[in-house]
Write a protein that binds this ligand. Structure first.
Ligand SMILES: Nc1nc2c(ncn2[C@@H]2O[C@H](COP(=O)(O)OP(=O)(O)OP(=O)(O)O)[C@@H](O)[C@H]2O)c(=O)[nH]1
Length: 459
């Protein structure tokens, strides 16, 4: 069929993409919108087979629709279509057969095409954000934030996706995604050297698609150092306070501006990240509570067993020696009975503080029961650990507690210690130390006794 002039004129004036294809599968006309879309002139398309414009795989998929329309059916479909130049789009397509009135013969078909790529990937982002936020209990917050950054990069077609924490003028990368050359989490920059300074100053989303040609990005230290041309940044706010930023960037100039939809979707990703950060800090707070002894502020028995197991695993690789000691206040019942429970509590707190001040930060001190503390000392041999324990014993003995009447009071501690043998379970080490502690108590208190096992190991 000859495509008449009226049709061509009408088709060219429409914003929709339109084509007329004959019953041999050759383009007879493509309107201006379609030509703009595929970047070809009419003479480059006219007379060409569909298979010369659409990539082989996509052509295979849509050829079924061609058969149906050429059999006289109207056909609609939405599918990903890849052109021979490699570009892919999500297209919403309607085929209308051109049927000859008299004969009923199908001469060809009209194709009306709508590019819904942006909406399709927006829907994908929405679905994924929803999914990531709802997977809260099953996946680590780090994995979920990384997944959101990956989605954002994929949707905006940027190289880097970063969540930063900003404290005063310090910019720290907390989470990072890049399909290549990622910026490692923990990297620190001066806030002024990042475009995020612009985001935080604006207290709102800011974006550029061609930094070297737009204010205030051109000449910005971030451009000078990293030559990032495309940037979209949003402030992360937690409990009403600015916490940091989420930003997407690329060294490439972006071919088209960010749309309102892009900004809305990135806002959604930012809110999802805020929610994950808030929930994870709540979880951390609860975890801290679960591992803390309220009276002394030291870690508790639960923490001790977990730390012990962790060290057992580590010893498999570094075979560092490890000492486990139980430290028990002597005659504590008498203190309670004589001075009252409140004074007893204060003595416990003061003793905890004293011992904590005498050990290294790598050692683990916990309160595991009423007036009993447990200590794990790592990396010292028996003689060295023994002198630490002696320092503790003497330190507590000399630690005077002032009473309201001006008099002072001191307590002593008895200690039972053991060297932990390789892969020894907590229960066994505890039993060894407890037996040694019992000997210290029986031997007159205010002393340290080592388990039989340790004495053999130390020889
Ligand atoms: N003030 C106070 N006392 C506690 C706490 N937990 C346990 N106690 C008391 O600690 C005392 C421990 O007494 P015992 O187990 O008989 O030991 P002890 O008097 O220290 O005697 P030895 O260990 O044999 O030297 C009991 O009186 C408990 O009530 C606490 O949180 N605060």
């Amino acid at each position: 069929m000859k495509v008449d002039r009226a049709f061509k004129k009408l088709a060219d004036s429409l914003p929709l993409m339109m084509a007329y294809v004959d019953n041999q599968g050759r383009y007879q006309h493509v309107n201006q919108a379609y030509r703009n879309f595929i970047g070809l002139e009419l003479h480059q398309v006219k007379g060409k087979f569909i298979s010369e414009i659409i990539g082989a795989e996509s052509y295979q998929q849509i050829t079924l629709y061609h058969q149906r329309v050429l059999a006289g059916d109207e056909v609609s479909f939405t599918d990903k279509v890849t052109f021979v130049d490699g570009r892919s789009f999500q297209l919403d397509v309607k085929y209308v057969p051109n049927i000859e009135n008299k004969t009923g013969r199908v001469n060809g078909f009209f194709a009306i095409i709508n590019d819904v790529t942006e909406y399709a990937s927006a829907a994908e982002v929405l679905r994924a954000v929803h999914d990531v936020v709802n997977r809260q209990t099953q996946t680590l917050s780090t994995d979920r934030i990384n997944e959101l950054l990956r989605l954002g990069c994929h949707y905006l077609n940027t190289q880097y996706g970063i969540v930063s924490q900003v404290e005063d003028t310090l910019y720290t990368v907390k989470f990072s995604y890049a399909d290549h050359d990622p910026v490692p989490p923990g990297s620190r920059f001066d806030l002024g050297d990042t475009y995020c300074s612009i985001t935080l100053e604006a207290e709102n989303v800011v974006a550029t698609t061609h930094a070297s040609k737009s204010k205030p990005y051109a000449g910005h230290p971030c451009y000078q150092q990293f030559q990032l041309q495309t940037y979209l940044g949003l402030p992360i706010t937690i409990n009403g306070t600015v916490w940091g930023t989420v930003n997407f960037s690329s060294p490439q100039v972006r071919s088209h501006p960010f749309s309102e939809l892009d900004i809305e979707l990135m806002g959604l990703i930012c809110s999802a990240i805020e929610t994950i950060l808030i929930n994870s800090s709540k979880t951390k707070r609860l975890e801290k509570l679960a591992y803390t002894d309220f009276l002394t502020g030291l870690s508790n028995r639960l923490y001790l067993t977990e730390r012990f197991n962790e060290l057992t695993l580590q010893r498999h690789t570094n075979s560092k020696s490890c000492c486990f000691a139980l430290i028990d206040i002597d005659h504590f019942k008498t203190i309670n009975d004589t001075f009252g429970h409140d004074i007893g509590d204060k003595m416990l707190q003061q003793t905890a503080l004293k011992i904590a001040g005498l050990i290294r930060t790598t050692d683990t001190l916990t309160r595991i029961g009423g007036e009993e503390f447990a200590l794990i000392i790592t990396g010292l041999n028996q003689a060295q650990a023994d002198s630490v324990l002696e320092k503790i014993r003497r330190g507590v003995e000399n630690n005077k507690f002032q009473l309201a009447d001006g008099s002072s009071l001191a307590v002593t501690v008895s200690i039972g210690a053991t060297l932990i043998s390789d892969a020894e379970p907590f229960k066994s080490a505890y039993k060894q130390a407890d037996l040694a502690l019992y000997k210290s108590k029986r031997g007159g208190r205010n002393r340290t006794t080592w388990s039989q096992q340790s004495l053999t190991m130390a020889q």
